[in-house]
Design a protein around this ligand. Structure first.
Ligand code: PEP
Length: 254
């Protein structure tokens, strides 16, 4: 993880009203003022709370991410939000390809790829999620699945800037289940991803890009994950909803 600043990103999913978003950001900002670890902190509230989050994060080190976007800039796509809209609202990042979107909203690798390219075009940093299901892991297919998702997700990208893309390995069996991948299991996949990225995008990009782990990260398991060579941060769901836990994770990562 040498030379790569850690990232801790909170995916709030469909939690937190606008008022709750403001409160949580205020608590996080206050915690980070007392203890300012060397780490990038990102909050991903629901779309409707993004402007509130952006306002509350002014003069703090917290950056704001969306949880999804459409790949077109505008058009007849009821219920969707585009890259230019997210940029105007003040987002710096956007989560793309989260397993809940793949599982419940039918997102395919092709859609994920279009979204990643659109995000990069609009200067949003995609947090590109990939990961295997329990059945795929038990069938011994983890690496085949991960490689396939990776290749399809980044297909057609031709400019490789390690500051403009973040990868998040999120084993589906560990998301919201309380079952975290062991540091060995996570490191094995992160190392694999970095090697694959080396052949797909070049050694320099692979050495510098941040690869986050996600799946039941808590304050008490952050450090053991972060101690591993290729784990550069965490994408956190449930534990990012309480400032005390989220701050504990940030502390464990720095
Ligand atoms: C997630 O939703 O990205 C996630 C990792 O959730 P949790 O931390 O709750 O497992």
């Amino acid at each position: 993880m040498e030379g790569r600043t850690p990232i801790i990103a909170g995916n709030w999913k469909m939690h937190k009203t606008r008022a709750e978003t403001r409160n949580l950001i205020r608590e996080l900002a206050a915690g980070l003022r007392i203890n300012a670890p060397e780490c990038e902190v990102i909050a991903a509230p629901p779309f409707i709370s993004i402007s509130d989050a952006v306002e509350e994060t002014k003069n703090t080190k917290i950056r704001v991410s969306a949880q999804n976007m459409h790949w077109e800039d505008r058009g007849a796509f009821t219920g969707e939000i585009s890259g230019p809209m997210l940029r105007e609202a003040g987002c710096s990042h956007v989560i793309i390809g989260h397993s809940e979107r793949r599982q419940y909203f039918g997102e395919t690798d092709e859609m994920v790829n279009l979204k990643i390219k659109a995000a990069i075009k609009h200067e949003l940093i995609p947090i590109f999620c990939l990961g295997e299901t329990l059945a795929q892991r038990e069938d011994g297919k983890t690496f085949v699945v991960i490689k396939d998702q990776l290749i399809r997700g980044i297909e057609g990208i031709n400019s490789w800037d390690p500051t403009r893309l973040v990868i998040a390995y999120e084993p589906v069996w560990a998301i919201g289940t309380g079952r975290t991948a062991t540091p060995d299991q996570a490191q094995e996949v992160h190392g694999f991803l970095r090697r694959e990225l080396g052949s797909l995008a070049g050694i320099d990009f692979a050495a510098k890009v941040r690869i986050l782990y996600g799946g039941s990260v808590k304050p008490d398991n952050t450090r053991s994950l972060m101690n591993r060579d290729d784990i550069d941060g965490c994408l956190v769901g449930g534990a990012s909803l309480k400032s005390e836990d989220f701050l504990g994770i940030i502390k464990g990562a720095a």
